[in-house]
Every structure is written in structure tokens, then in C-alpha cells.
Design a protein around this ligand. Structure first.
Ligand code: SAH
Ligand code: SF4
Length: 340
């Protein structure tokens, strides 16, 4: 398969120009189109000679991904359904909040982890996104809404199971020869896939890590995450600590709150203790109902849970509920499209 133009870093672009006997400054122009003008389509790169544009289209996928549906909620949040070159779908979310613009990005088509409460993993993994597809996702969002201040990899998929593609994409996003974003503005969320987390620590870059803990004991966690890709809480926290020390960033413990499963005050106290002893912060995510048996806790239960954590002295935030009810949880839009 042809490589994606969007996933090619400056070295690849320079090498390509060399092979195609084009002067070196052309790779600079190309990089400018990609990373400054956010242009994926060679036909729109008007200061490049026609023969170079033809060669680019011959040698690269450019562009491969398209926006096929936009679901807007009144509060400015937009969910974009993206169709990939082979007809598969993913989604990304554009979230403007106060002065900041955040993109929530997908890393895989489907997800092999298959958490029981999550729409993204309902049909397992179809395939990984390539580095170029992750960058195109970013570029399509940027073309629509402008350069984001923050990126969170909390869309469809488990990024730590696709590090071969995700990490080069992070490199293009943060390289001064790429999009030049600060790694401190990028967060990778994981359900706790330890081998991937260990590789993340090896990057030694100031990326943020979010760990989807969801439970304070392995028994409770087993009710939410299937055994095949599940590590113990102790192993996950050990790997997260390694990331914290290597990246020099406090991590976040994400906690999707589900009625009757993990919303009791004893869990709140234990969660606070875990956060304090690992210098981590907590982010509570009230469950968005999909079509399973799980339910979101009552509002007062969520508030009491949050207050219990606060009075134990841990740092806690609650995911702001935006984006409307319809297809609110990531993966739901793709699933409803698949049903059609
Ligand atoms: N696979 C990674 C990143 C994608 S999921 C992970 O699991 O962390 C991002 C976050 O969304 C996770 O914390 C996940 O638990 C949460 N999530 C998924 N489905 C949800 C739902 N229906 N309601 C609330 N949170 C959900
Ligand atoms: Fe996959 Fe994350 Fe959804 Fe679990 S919560 S199925 S790991 S996307």
C-alpha cells in the first residue's frame, strides 16, 4: 500500500525529493503545505510544479480520509464521523471550551479491549489506524476548527495497542519540523495496557498519561473490562509511575462512574488514597448509557462521591458534560452508522 503523505515526516519528504530528483527546497515547501497550511491535497499545493504534484499523487495516499458526517450539539461541540480510504469509519470530537480548543482523537477502528460499557469495543478491532491516518484526522479537525490547544487520544481504540503508529504520529505532531505542538498539550488515555505504557515511558517526552482505572479492586474491574487484555491494578499503577517519572508529568486516573458497580463511598475513599500515594489526579466520568445494562449513577451519588474524594484530600475534576445526549459516548456514532 502507498504511504500516506500526511504521515511522512520531514526526513521521508526530503528523501523522496532526492529520489525523484527534485531540489531540496521542494521538501521544505511540501512541509510548509502540510504542517503550516494544513493542506493534504497535492492539487491544492499551488507553488509546486505540476509534475511534482502528479508524482506526489502517484507515490502517496493524499488525501485518504474524509469527513462524512458532522453532528453538532448546541454548545459548540462537534462530533465528526470520518470515512477512511477503505470505507471504514472512525470519529473525532472538536471541543471548544472557554479560550481553548480540544480535539478528541481515535487511534484504532474499533477496539480489541472490549470494555463491557463502551460502544467502541462492541465489535472488536477492525484494524489499526496508520500514522498517516492519525495525522489526517488531526488535519481534518484543524481545517474545520483551527489549530487545537490540546489533543486527547480518548476516542475510539486503545492507543497503547497501536504504539507503532501512534508514537510516530506524536513525533510529527510535536516535532519543530512538523506541527510543533508542545507534548504537554497531548494526553494519551489507556485502559492499562502495560507493555504499551512501558514503551510510552521510554519516549521520555512530556506527554500526559490518563489511566482508565474505573475501579479500586481487581474484582470490581473485572466486571468492566474483559480478562484477555486486562492487567492487575498493581501492575498498571507501577507502569504509570514509570511514565510519570520518565515524562515528568503527573498522571490522571479516569474513573467512569457506573451505578451499583463502582459508585460507593468506600470506593471513593480508596480511590482518593490511590491518587494521593501516586501523586495522581482523578477525573470522574459519569457513564453515558450505551445499549447495555449499565446505568449512570444519580446526580447526588456522583456529587457525594466527588465530595468524599475532596475531603480525603485528593485532586479531583469531573468531565464536563457536553456534546448532548445523542451519540455522546465515543464510538456510538460509528456504531449507529454501522447499523444503518
Ligand atoms: N481506550 C482508551 C482510550 C479511549 S476510551 C481508554 O480506555 O482509556 C476514553 C475514555 O472514555 C475511557 O476512560 C473510557 O472508560 C471512557 N468511556 C468509554 N465509553 C464510555 C461511556 N459510555 N460513558 C462514559 N465514559 C466512557
Ligand atoms: Fe477500548 Fe477504551 Fe472503549 Fe475499553 S474504554 S473498549 S479500551 S476504547
Amino acid at each position: 500500500m502507498k504511504p500516506f503523505l500526511a504521515g511522512s515526516n520531514i526526513d521521508t519528504l526530503t528523501q523522496w525529493c532526492l529520489e525523484r530528483k527534485l531540489p531540496k527546497f521542494r521538501s521544505k515547501q511540501l512541509a510548509n503545505w502540510l504542517y503550516e497550511q494544513v493542506e493534504i491535497d497535492p492539487d491544492a499545493m499551488l507553488n509546486l510544479p505540476q509534475n511534482m504534484r502528479t508524482l506526489l499523487k502517484e507515490d502517496f495516499h493524499a488525501p485518504g480520509t474524509q469527513i462524512s458526517e458532522i453532528v453538532s450539539s448546541g454548545d459548540g461541540v462537534e462530533k465528526l464521523l470520518l470515512t477512511l480510504h477503505d470505507g471504514e469509519c472512525i470519529e473525532m470530537v472538536v471541543i471548544p471550551a472557554e479560550e481553548r480548543l480540544t480535539f478528541c482523537l481515535s487511534t484504532q477502528v474499533g477496539c480489541p479491549v472490549g470494555c463491557y460499557f463502551c460502544a467502541s469495543g462492541k465489535n472488536g478491532l477492525t484494524r489499526n489506524l496508520s500514522c498517516g491516518e492519525i495525522i489526517e484526522e488531526f488535519m481534518l479537525g484543524t481545517k474545520r476548527a483551527g489549530f487545537p490547544d490540546n489533543l486527547v487520544f480518548m476516542g475510539i481504540g486503545e492507543g497503547m495497542l497501536n504504539v507503532e503508529q501512534l508514537f510516530p504520529a506524536l513525533e510529527i505532531l510535536t516535532s519543530p519540523d512538523g506541527f510543533g505542538m508542545s507534548p504537554r498539550r497531548i494526553t494519551v488515555s489507556t485502559s492499562g495496557y502495560v507493555p504499551g505504557m512501558l514503551k510510552f515511558a521510554e519516549l521520555k517526552k512530556e506527554y500526559n498519561l490518563a489511566v482508565s482505572l474505573h475501579a479500586v479492586s481487581d474484582d470490581i474491574r473485572a466486571k468492566l473490562i474483559p480478562a484477555r487484555v486486562r492487567f492487575s491494578i498493581a501492575e498498571i499503577l507501577k507502569a504509570a509511575d514509570l511514565c510519570r517519572d520518565a515524562n515528568n508529568r503527573q498522571y490522571t486516573l479516569e474513573y467512569t462512574m457506573i451505578a451499583g458497580i463502582n459508585d460507593d463511598l468506600d470506593s471513593a475513599r480508596k480511590l482518593a488514597q490511590i491518587a494521593i500515594s501516586h501523586h495522581a489526579k482523578i477525573n470522574l466520568i459519569p457513564y453515558n448509557a450505551t445499549d447495555g445494562d449499565f446505568r449512570r449513577p444519580e446526580r447526588t451519588v456522583i456529587e457525594n462521591f466527588e465530595n468524599e474524594i475532596k475531603s480525603a484530600g485528593a485532586r479531583v475534576t469531573r468531565r464536563v458534560e457536553r456534546g448532548g445526549k445523542k451519540s455522546a459516548a465515543c464510538g456510538q456514532l460509528r456504531i449507529s452508522r454501522m447499523k444503518k
